[in-house]
Ligand binder design. Structure first.
Ligand code: HEM
Length: 410
């Protein structure tokens, strides 16, 4: 099979449930050039090197495909300012620092840790409602926990969730086989515009009447590097809102699916809740929510993995293949929660290393521990479950399970 065939199959929905054999085949060419001139890196060492290489840019304006997707094919895209996710230094570093001032140490050390009791309460209430029926883990645990937390953290009213859920789904949809590409693009652009209008309204409300939340802090703070410009704040608010739950949903549902496929590990977690910490790291390696990072661009020729990525080429970093590279990790296809020195790529790496990692870790640890402790005899109703369409934000669309009952809350 050519690398183009392998890559096509990876993107094809029919391989969503188990893309790992294809990743192993692709890894035989750790940095592969596709027919259209783009490159895919799938070896651990090569991905790690590219993530740290200043000759690799995240700026979409260097990448015609990414720029077209962001702008909309007819220039009718959501027209949002780029966020620090798609910026290079020095702008990336400045806007990430301005945002981090209100999210984590050293300026705001308690923001994430302070949410832990709230996470436990939310999970307890969600599990209380599961008594005596088939439960959909995605809709009843994996989605509501992170979405409620990110809304509370940002200062989005609980009732507003339904306003952005459908727009986010459309905006993120990579392939809907039922729609022609033009209609898809139009729907994405409309959803993007609605999302932006929603966030503009929210930011303005928080600027006028600030609360104790992240958006209020960003809208009113004139810290050492100045206030974040209004359009930048709108884009950053949306980035945090979307990145802050879409990925964590998949971590929790991929995690529960993995535990149900490894009942011995589920029993161990039930008896030893501290196991949740290394277990979540192993899940980020073994079944990561983000399978690849698209749209990096080489700013110069880069010699790597026996090939030369030519300047101007688009690069995709296949994190999930790197995570299972036998040259990096022993028994890569085995789920081993207590691996030592688990240097996975689940949160990316380098200057764009996931901003929300501490929050995502805590949410997943809380959800998995409570799941193991309180649900009696949980069983998968279907295996594999149905998957969401995206090949890069990969996770089940629904995860129905049967249970015998729920252990009473403490
Ligand atoms: C399990 C959950 C999560 C996973 C697997 C994940 C994964 C990632 C990955 C792979 C990147 C690197 C992207 C790149 O290099 O282009 C990233 C960046 C980012 N993530 Fe996450 N993420 C998760 C949760 C979160 C949460 C909860 C938040 C917000 C509260 C968040 C906010 C961000 C932001 C803002 C960036 C951009 C960082 C930068 O460019 O400096 N993520 N994430």
């Amino acid at each position: 099979m050519t690398v183009d065939n392998i890559w096509e199959q990876i993107l094809d929905y029919s391989h969503r449930a188990n893309p790992y054999p294809l990743y192993a085949e692709l890894r035989r060419t750790p940095v592969a050039m596709l027919q259209d001139g783009a490159y895919v890196a799938s070896g651990y060492a090569e991905i790690a090197a590219l993530l740290h290489d200043p000759r690799v840019s995240s700026d979409f304006s260097h990448n015609p495909v990414a720029a077209a997707a962001a702008a909309g094919e007819n220039g009718d895209g959501p027209g949002m300012s780029p966020t620090f996710l798609s910026m290079d230094p020095p702008d990336h570093d400045k806007f990430r620092r301005i945002t981090m001032r209100h999210f984590g140490p050293p300026t705001t050390p308690g923001r994430v840790a302070g949410m832990e009791p709230r996470m436990t309460d939310i999970v307890t209430d969600l599990i209380d409602k599961m008594e005596g029926r088939t439960v959909d883990i995605v809709d009843e645990l994996a989605y509501p926990l992170p979405v409620t937390i990110i809304c509370e953290l940002l200062g989005v009213a609980p009732g507003d969730e339904h306003r952005f859920r459908a727009w986010v789904e459309v905006a993120l949809q990579s392939t809907d086989p039922g729609l022609d590409p033009e209609t898809q693009q139009k729907k994405r652009a409309e959803a993007g515009k609605e999302l932006r209008a929603f966030m503009e309204e929210l930011v303005e409300a928080h600027r006028q009447s600030p609360g104790n939340d992240l958006l209020s802090a960003l809208a009113t703070d004139d810290g050492p590097e100045g206030r974040m410009p209004a359009d930048q704040l709108v884009s950053t608010g949306l980035l945090l809102l979307i990145a802050g739950h879409e990925t964590t949903v998949n971590l929790i549902s991929n995690g529960i699916l993995t535990l149900l496929r490894h009942p011995h590990e589920l029993r161990r977690l039930r008896n030893d809740p501290d196991l949740a910490i290394p277990m979540v790291e192993e899940l980020l390696r073994y079944e990561p929510p983000v399978h690849f990072i698209p749209f990096r661009t080489a700013l110069d020729d880069i010699d790597i993995g026996g090939t030369t990525i030519t300047a101007g080429s688009s690069i995709t970093l296949l994190l999930a293949a790197g995570n299972r590279d036998p040259a990096h990790v022993a028994d890569p296809d085995v789920f081993i929660p207590e691996r030592r020195d688990n240097q996975h790529l689940g949160f990316g790496g380098g200057i764009h290393l996931c901003f929300g990692a501490p929050l995502a870790r805590l949410e997943a640890q809380t959800a998995l521990t409570a799941f193991a402790r309180r649900l009696e005899n949980p069983r998968l109703v279907e295996d594999p479950p149905s998957y969401r369409p995206s090949p890069f934000l990969r996770g089940p669309s629904h995860l129905p399970i049967d249970i015998d009952g729920v252990v009473a809350r403490r």
